[in-house]
Design a protein around this ligand. Structure first.
Ligand code: ADP
Ligand code: ZN
Ligand code: ZN
Length: 741
């Protein structure tokens, strides 16, 4: 990644103009007049008049003059902060990213800031009351107190159980007793910031002795001072997480903070637990389950250096760090690091940029590294650290293809597969059945007239969900009840075609009534805490059969799983996206990695109609690395990423024509700018043209050299905004798009 950098300069003395990033679709900063004796510094929030509204923006620069005539300059309404909320480093980083992705700086900053700060709330943590037992309180005889004041005794007992300290939240009726005990001097009530640290585990777990590969990987990271990017390429279960923990410990011991990015925290409660068992330093977890208030508290704890370890999803890349020491990106190949709307950044890529600006190491880890990262190893930009073997006693699972051509299928499951499942279950193993499609069936069809349920708003079929007998669109969320009869011919019988996880669950329950089944997909885990509960029941062995989507493929430790069945590998073989095969291979290896993690040898069965597919063979015979090399060769020959830089200009509107008109004009505009070394392809309708009631089209830009693409985008984006045809559409630019939809 390369784009011009210029960190915001320090406040000039006697500056009269503030340059402000205001959230707006305009790709620029705005100048405002500073009232007399008004001191602002870059990183402070201000409210400013904007059109007919008032908005909250962030001061980027203070200067003495403006290109605007003095009479056109409006004054700042108010300065919200006494000191900068955003440290200079973070401000500079976000502005860099806004230039790289050609996204308006005000909106980029708004994305980077916690919601409450965006809305102008004070940058202070919420306070909470904490009860602490005093020395005098510790000598109180509880049974005696209980006779006179049972509720006070109850509270004191609670306090002792909690180790002498307790937050007042959730005390309910006992609050009054807290006052009474405080008056007696038996406890103290203190106000403390509620940073929301991850609760410490009772017992610390000492680190294992690292094996030689792990030790070498750690040594390689330690060897280089300052910025370096390491690709930790380790098979599933090879102990990558132990390497992260070790390196995080280095940072923490040196008084530095570590930032750990993960794809989805809801899916990896176990990872957080591993950190909280290893460390006695404050940890915050930033994820979508937090309230706005909790998010701000955690953000402040990181900014002020109180949190030593920050674990978070994509947006955590914008966490301010007082003493940064290390960045880790776990499962770096995962698509969820890329934001797919608004400010379309890639947190994995930005992690490398931020580490470089900070002069600290960054570790990208995966069992199935992205081709982008492997190409960076090839170019000598990233250091390749390998963990070729599993850390524990378990060996790698044996993977085999199962030819299902012309075999009878029961909800998609063949007899040989069901027979293997029975053997594993009889021997006390656990089976994981993987199908990346939720719901009961992806299609409902009329037996008489072949009507199928389609979405009114998308070019897509509706998925049948049996538990509530509804048809749902997985693209726009539209849903309606399953009609009692065929809406087209009125008399036909509707039947489900194909299968989703719900149907697999039903089929397996009928065939294996003696074994519990746990289904894990977005439907079964919608409620808070459901994911953890389901995983725990699987770990306790209550559910001998696990059915699930890709949510099951990610990093869960399920030691009893001895058989993994991939119900349908064929979808991925013929995807329209040039990354389809890469994704399929990553998914197969990740799911397969759930097998045989403890002392049980694992077996993986992949059902396919294409048992002779050469790429599947390469994957199974020679492994992911060999397949990746082959795919990289193809990408090189076809001049596709990582050997080319792409940008996608997308447009959509309620009718089909305007997006194509806009994109055509955009194309002509780009051509007039002499886009040396950039190829323009399209405009064409998107692979799924209509989605959520909007027609979508796209123009693809492809360049062998990124500089050429950036040079064009820099000159083009502002002009694009002036195209009149752009007012009839919603358009967006996606730099380094990860999906071509
Ligand atoms: P990965 O992150 O690569 O999937 P983990 O770090 O989760 O691998 O390790 C897989 C399993 O092996 C875990 O149960 C972990 O505790 C164990 N493990 C990892 N490293 C070691 C080691 N050096 N000695 C013993 N057990 C280890
Ligand atoms: Zn019909
Ligand atoms: Zn739809």
């Amino acid at each position: 990644m390369s784009a011009p950098t210029d960190a915001p300069t320090a406040a000039l003395q006697r500056a009269t103009i503030a340059r402000v990033a205001v959230p707006s679709p305009l790709n620029q900063l705005f100048d405002y007049r500073l009232p007399d004796r008004c001191a602002v510094e870059p990183g402070m929030r201000v409210t400013v008049p904007f059109g007919r509204s008032t908005r909250t923006g962030v001061v980027v620069d203070c200067r003495r003059d403006s290109e605007l005539a003095p009479e056109r300059l409006k004054p700042i309404h108010a300065v919200l902060d006494e000191t900068p909320v955003l440290p200079a480093e973070l401000l500079g980083f976000v502005l860099w990213a806004s230039r790289y992705y050609h996204h308006p700086p005000g909106e980029a900053l708004a994305t980077a800031l916690p919601v409450l700060l965006r809305q102008g709330a004070p940058a202070r943590p919420q306070q909470q009351s904490v009860l602490r037992q005093t020395a005098a309180g510790a000598t109180v005889e509880l049974s005696e107190l209980a006779r006179r004041a049972p509720r006070q005794a109850e509270l004191l007992a609670l306090l002792r159980q909690a180790g002498g300290q307790l937050t007042a939240d959730g005390l309910g009726g006992l609050r009054a007793s807290a006052k009474a005990l405080a008056e007696k001097g038996w406890l103290q009530i203190e106000q403390r910031p509620a940073y929301g640290f991850v609760p410490a585990e009772a017992a610390l777990q000492p680190p294992p002795r690292l094996n030689s590969h792990q030790a070498q990987a750690c040594a390689a990271v330690r060897e280089r001072a300052g910025f370096a990017c390491h690709l930790l390429d380790g098979v599933t279960g090879s102990g990558k997480t132990e390497v992260y923990l070790e390196l995080v410990a280095d940072a923490v011991d040196a008084g530095r903070q570590a930032l750990v990015l993960v794809p989805e925290i809801g899916l990896t409660p176990q990872l957080i637990r591993r950190f909280s068992r290893r460390f006695r330093v404050p940890i915050v977890a930033l994820h979508s389950g937090l309230s706005d208030r909790e998010r701000l508290n955690a953000w402040l704890a990181a900014r002020d250096g109180l949190a030593a370890i920050v674990i978070g999803t994509r947006s955590a890349i914008f966490t301010p760090l007082a003493r940064p020491g290390l960045i880790v990106v776990d499962e770096e190949h995962d698509l969820s690091f890329k934001q797919q709307d608004g400010f379309r950044y890639n947190a994995r890529d930005l992690a490398v940029v931020r580490a470089s600006r900070l002069g600290i190491p960054v570790v990208l880890g995966s069992a199935t590294p992205s081709l982008e990262s492997l190409a960076n190893v090839e170019r000598g930009r990233y250091h390749h650290l390998r963990l070729p073997q599993r850390a524990g006693a378990a060996g790698m699972p044996a993977i085999q293809l199962l030819d299902i051509r012309s075999k009878p299928l029961h909800a998609g499951l063949s007899d040989p597969l069901l027979a293997r499942m029975r053997e594993h279950l009889d021997r006390g193993g656990q089976a994981l059945v993987f199908l990346n499609r939720r719901g009961y069936a992806p299609v409902v069809m009329c037996h008489d007239c072949a009507w199928t349920g389609t979405c009114n708003r998308c070019d897509a079929r509706l998925t049948f969900h049996r538990h509530d007998r509804r048809l749902r669109c997985h693209h726009c969320g539209h849903e309606r009840p399953l009609p009692p009869a065929c809406p087209s011919c009125g008399n036909g019988e509707l039947f489900p075609l194909g299968q989703g996880t719900e149907r697999l669950e039903q089929e397996l329950a009928a065939r294996f009534p003696e074994h519990g089944i746990v289904r894990i997909d977005r439907d079964s885990t919608r409620r808070k805490g459901a994911m953890s509960r389901l995983l725990e029941s699987a770990q306790r062995g209550e559910g001998r059969i696990l059915v699930g989507t890709q949510m099951l493929a990610k990093g869960h430790h399920l030691p009893e799983i001895s058989l993994v069945a991939i119900v349908d590998a064929d979808q991925g073989l013929f995807g329209t996206d040039f990354r389809s095969i890469e994704r399929l291979a990553q998914q197969v290896i990740q799911v397969a990695g759930r097998a045989g993690r403890a002392e049980r040898p694992g077996e993986v069965i992949i059902q396919t109609h294409y048992p002779d597919h050469p790429l599947l063979h390469t994957l199974l015979r020679d492994g992911y690395a060999a397949l990746a090399r082959q795919l990289l060769d193809e990408r090189r020959q076809m001049a596709l990423p990582p050997y080319a830089a792409l940008a996608l200009l997308r447009a959509e509107s309620p009718t089909a024509e305007p997006p194509l008109v806009f994109l055509e004009e955009a194309r002509q505009q780009a051509e007039a700018l002499a886009p040396d070394g950039v190829e323009l392809m399209g405009p064409v309708p998107a692979p799924m043209e209509r989605r959520a009631g909007r027609f979508r089209a796209q123009l693809l830009l492809q360049a062998a050299r990124r500089q050429n693409l950036q040079r064009l985008l820099e000159r083009w984006v502002d002009r694009l905004a002036q195209l009149r045809s752009g007012r009839r559409v919603r358009w967006s630019l996606d730099v380094d798009p990860m999906e071509m939809l």
